[in-house]
Design a protein around this ligand. Sequence first.
Ligand code: 5GP
Length: 216
Amino acid sequence: MTQMNKPRVAVISGFSGAGKGTLVKELMKKHPYALSVSMTSRAPRSYETHGVDYHFVTDEVFEGLIREDGFLEHAGYNGRYYGTPRAFVEENLAAGRDVILEIEVQGALQIRKIYPDAVLIFVATPTAAELERRLVERGTEDADVITKRLERGIGETESIPFYDYMVINDDLDACADLLHSLIQDRPEGYRPDMEFVNRFTSELADIVRKRKGEKA
Ligand code: 5GP
């Protein structure tokens, strides 16, 4: 199936803490997609491996690669650079493999311009409170950074209408199967639900306000 169709790029975005990474790992266990490893200038987390989770580089190295046109897209996130190395994506598409990018919304919209037939999928949690809970439980960021990430999530909801699909990450196994089906078969019925998005956005804004209030 993958070999017969024109290979395509699938972009997976979602709120920080929505579980995109785990979801994409589950998808990769089941299907032989080519997963792009991004480059970033943020510091590695204790459990992350250079070359597997990210290529971790300095700001200077990243800026050098921007000048050499080494990225398909790149964006700033919380004061750090993140980008998709161009060669990996182009080589895998040329070899007939579907490529997965796990990137944020600015990058996703850049990819849409380069590959108009890319599939854009946004991953959300069932509620905003659940998103906060997962970020806190993950324990990789301090309270301030968590607040910043949640705050950024409010802005990210504005881009959800540009996505082809939105999925709610509640059951890992089922959600990974759904991602595969969205990428391969493009079924109807998974367009972003704007009522859900609006409710989620106002819940998230309340949570951020409360977190900022508690700190003051
Ligand atoms: P984190 O620091 O939590 O690993 O990632 C922060 C955000 O950057 C996430 O939304 C993640 O999807 C996004 N991201 C990771 N790699 C890239 C990339 O290559 N390009 C862009 N635009 N965003 C990325």
